[in-house]
Every structure is written in C-alpha cells, then in structure tokens.
Design a protein around this ligand. Structure first.
Ligand code: SF4
Length: 549
C-alpha cells in the first residue's frame, strides 16, 4: 500500500483508497497532503503552548495559511504535489518563526509533530510516507473520531477561507482550529473526542455565519431569481467552484468585451446576488454538477476558470483552455495568482482566449428559480408558517449537500419525483442537480424546491429551521415538520453534518453511503445518540418522512 485515504464518499469499496484515489488523486499528492496535516498539527501544538503561556493570538498570516492549507486537502481541490509540498514548507517556516520568537516554547513537549523540522528534501519526502492515517492510533474508534474532527475542520476552513478573502474574519475560528488540531495529537477518550467533534460542528456554524455575512456585505442578500439554463450566441467563459470574489473580478473584467460569463455547478447561486445580477453579460448556468465536467467543459468550447473544488482529472478535449485559481491546482495547468501588491487577479488571458472561441454548444433550455437564502427565507417565515398551519405545506425535506458520480445518488432524483402534495424541498449545495431541471410544481404558491445556494448556504437552512421553530411556537427543532435527508461527498459536508448534530438535530438520513471513516462503534454511538440513519429506498424513506418517522 502506497497511500491511504478514506475522507470522501467515493473512497474505494467504501473502505479506503490504497494505491491511487478514485477521485484521480495520485499517491504522491495523497502523502504530501498527509504531511501537510501533520505539519498543521505541529504548528497547532506550538500555538497552543503559546496560548496557554499567555502569548499573542495567531496573526492574519497564520489564519490565512491554516484555512488555505486545510482547504487544499479537501477532495478535488488540489491534484498538484508541488503545490502541496510548497504549503508544507510554508507551514514549517511559520513554525520556525514562532519557535525563534519564543525560545523554550516546546520545553517538556513530547508531540513529535511539534518538534519536527526536516534536515533536507529527502527527509521531508520520507516523512510524507510515514504520517498517514494508518500510522496514527491503532484503536480504530479513536482514529475514526480524530479523522472525523479533521474532516470537519477542513470544511470549516473552506468557509473561513472564502470569508478571509472578502476581508472578514472571526479570530475564534483560527483559535478553535488550532486548539482542535493540537487536541487530536493528545490521548483523549472517546467521550472527549465526541465532544470535540460536536464543538467542531458549532464552530462550522460560526464559520458559515461569517461567510454569510461576508457574502451579503460584499454582494447584497441573495434574491429570488430566474437563472437561464440555455446559451447565447457570443463566446463565453465558464466559471466553476465557490469563490465569489473571483466571480466579481471576472465579471468586472469581461464587461464590455463581448464575452459572456456562465456559471457551472456550485457557482450557479452567484446569479442570486444583486451585485452580480446587474451584469448583463452574466448569461446563465451551463451544464450540471461538478462530476459531469468532462462532458460539460468539452461542450462549452470556451475557457474555463476553476476557483476551488471541484476539479476532476483534466481531459484532452479542454486541456488547453482550463485555468485554476485560489486553492484549486492541477499539474500543468496555468494558475492565476493574485497580484502581490493589489491582491487582484488578471483574467485577461481567459478573455483573449474566449474571443477566439465559438459560443457554447447548447445543452439545456429553460430556467431554474432559486435564491431562497437566509434573508429571503426569514422574510417568508411568517407566510410559510401560515401555509403549514393551513395544511398546504405538510412537510419540509432538507435535501442539501453534494452530488457525485455514485449511481446510487439517483435515489435523490427519484425521491424528488415522488414528492407527495404538500411537501417542499429545502436545499443548498450541488445535490440539487439531481432534480434541478425537473418541474416539480409549487406548494402554497412557492416552488417545491427552495434553493438557498452553495453548500455553505446550508447555514440558511439552519436559520429557516430556527425561524420556523419560533413562528410555529415549537420548543424543539426535532418537533418541526422538517426531515433531513442529506447527500454527502466531501469534507465540507462533514462539517455541515457535525453542525446539525451540534444543534441537536436527530434522525438525519445520510447517503448514498455512510462515511467509511466512521468505525462500526462510532456509527453505533451516532445512531444511539442522534438516530443517524443510512438512506434506504426512495419509497420507504419518503413514506417514513411524511409520517414524521
Ligand atoms: Fe479516495 Fe476520496 Fe481520498 Fe480521493 S479524496 S483518494 S476518492 S478517499
């Protein structure tokens, strides 16, 4: 075995990827990602020592590095071992600086990660193959919870990073991340680790709330919007991923150039923001969820900008017109870096390329109505409560999360197609692509699919549940006519599930498979404590949810 990774839903045989990733990640990248996590743990122990000694809190450079580095290890973000290795060096440099400024900081410290500084490149490479998951605690339950916390922190970091890019911070997020990373290097009991996992969920809510504030401060509150799904007859640039700052700069730089901008996958909700809607050359959404990109990118015929996850192994059909930026990285592709002085990115290479490309090949037509973010949903909470009292809406199914390649995910399309009258889907994330193009009609005058936005906008779904609780005078969130039937794929979804568990939400259905990183015993604990369930069949689950079971 040359690597071991079981952090996503696609992991080999739902046990682990051992020789190469089902996602396309190669052994070298996987092992350097392990080393990056090890480096972060070492840095975290140093910061914890400093904190307990009354030292200063982590600075912005550290906050940005920690968020960016963790984000870089999320599935389908970085396939480039050189970029991951550079981040390891950056982390070691930050640690060296910290230790140089605080002599004796590690006196009495026995964490191997804290004291580790490689003598040369050979030692660094060897280390990368010696610090993976299977080199950790031999107790599979301890290992399971440590990894659960690590993956939740990766999700938190992704949301935090996007907020930091918009110049918004909550220093508690970096403090918590470092505390948690340091804590999982220690001998903690199962109960302590479970408590820390729930704390990670609470911190994830905080991170999503920060990003929600950052996005709405920069771009306005998402509004109910009709998003065109067809194409125009001008050349276009396709932007995918989650980074709204990149969206802003791309729209500004393409204005008046004759080049349209189309969103792909998780960038679809950009259409909901007033600051982006005002651009007439924001033409629509093109294609499907991230995993269809080989087809979508080939058919698009123009340049593609990947701003974060998800990128998949690049096909020849579009290799000469795809660019990465932010944490997204792929060997051999041009990467757009921000200007070191202004922080702005120059997308002129994409615009030049687009001008010589044909318009996108038409794929779909029609439109999708979305934009039911926190602000809109809270404004509608009173009306929704009335519809519930009048029996026009009987049940809400929260079907947020991720889409993916697993054919078992057709469960979500089938379930949406079978919705009985009076049921409404609340969604966020790319899971909606399973039914986004179906006409599911309305309930009480509202669309039966209320899309809040990207995966980070699952925060909006939490807020609407809390608003409904108040509007309906219900004491416990579990007594609402709301069921959670979530689709997971990557570690951002792990953060969201921990967030819901931290709020005490019970009876979450999770699919298409339960995470491989949950050991049988940890699964049993989650089932007993939270009634966490695997999905079964659309018919059985729908019947149970409609009956409130
Ligand atoms: Fe396998 Fe998922 Fe890890 Fe990729 S991210 S190597 S598919 S477990």
């Amino acid at each position: 075995m040359h690597m071991f990774c079981f952090q996503c839903q696609e992991t080999g045989e739902n046990r682990g990827c051992r020789f190469f990733g089902a996602c396309g990640k190669q052994e070298e990248t996987a092992n350097y990602q392990d080393l990056l996590i090890y480096t972060l743990k070492g840095l975290a122990v140093c910061h914890e020592r400093l904190r307990t000694a009354g030292g200063p809190p982590p600075d912005r450079e550290t906050a940005l590095f920690v968020a960016y580095a963790l984000f870089s290890t999320i599935t389908n973000v970085s396939f480039d071992p050189e970029r991951v290795r550079a981040l390891v060096h950056q982390g070691l440099h930050l640690k060296e600086k910290l230790l140089a400024g605080h002599p004796g900081l590690l006196d009495g410290e026995d964490s191997p990660a804290a004291g580790w500084l490689p003598a040369d490149a050979d030692e660094l490479r060897q280390k990368a193959y010696q610090v993976g998951i299977l080199f950790g605690d031999p107790d599979e339950d301890i290992r399971s919870l440590r990894e659960t916390i690590t993956y939740g922190l990766k999700g938190l970091a992704a949301y935090h990073y996007h907020a930091l890019i918009l110049e918004q911070d909550d220093p508690e997020l970096t403090r918590f991340t470092l505390r948690a990373l340091a804590a999982i290097t220690r001998d903690l009991s199962l109960a302590d680790l479970l408590g820390l996992a729930l704390e990670t969920g609470s911190a994830t809510i905080r991170s999503m709330a920060l990003l929600d504030r950052a996005n709405s401060a920069a771009y306005g509150h998402p509004e109910i919007t009709r998003v065109p799904l067809g194409v125009r007859d001008a050349p276009g640039i396709l932007i995918t991923g989650h980074d709204l700052k990149d969206m802003e700069e791309l729209l500004e730089q393409t204005a008046g150039t004759g080049v349209d901008v189309y969103t792909h996958s998780e960038m679809l909700p950009a259409h909901y923001y007033p600051a982006f809607k005002k651009h007439p050359h924001l033409a629509g959404n093109y294609g499907n969820a991230w995993w269809n990109q080989e087809h979508d990118f080939a058919a698009f015929r123009g340049p593609i900008l990947v701003t974060s996850n998800c990128i998949v192994p690049v096909a020849e059909a579009y290799r000469d017109r795809i660019f990465t930026t932010g944490p997204a990285a792929y060997p051999g592709l041009p990467h757009i870096w921000p200007d070191p002085k202004t922080g702005r990115k120059d997308f002129s290479a994409l615009i030049r390329l687009a001008r010589g490309c044909p318009p996108p090949d038409p794929q779909d037509g029609g439109e999708f109505v979305g934009g039911f973010g926190r602000n809109q949903l809270e404004q509608l909470a009173g009306r929704i409560a009335e519809l519930v009292r009048a029996g026009e809406i009987r049940r809400f199914l929260v079907m947020g999360g991720c889409d993916g390649r697993d054919p078992a995910r057709d469960y979500y399309r089938e379930l949406a197609a079978r919705l009985p009258e009076g049921t409404v889907i609340l969604t966020a994330g790319c899971a909606k692509f399973r039914y986004v193009k179906e006409d599911l009609g309305t309930a009480g005058g509202l669309p039966r699919v209320l899309d809040a936005g990207q995966c980070n906008d699952c925060y909006s779904l939490v807020r609407i549940a809390l608003a409904l609780k108040d509007a309906l005078g219900v004491a416990d969130v579990n007594d609402l006519p709301v069921d959670f039937d979530l689709a997971w794929y990557d570690q951002k979804a792990v953060g969201v599930v921990l967030a819901l568990l931290s709020l005490g939400v019970r009876r979450i259905r999770l699919g298409p498979t339960l995470p491989a990183f949950l050991s049988p015993n940890v699964r049993r604990i989650l089932v007993e404590k939270f009634d966490l369930r695997p999905i079964t069949t659309p018919e059985d689950d729908l019947a149970a949810m409609v009956a409130g079971r």
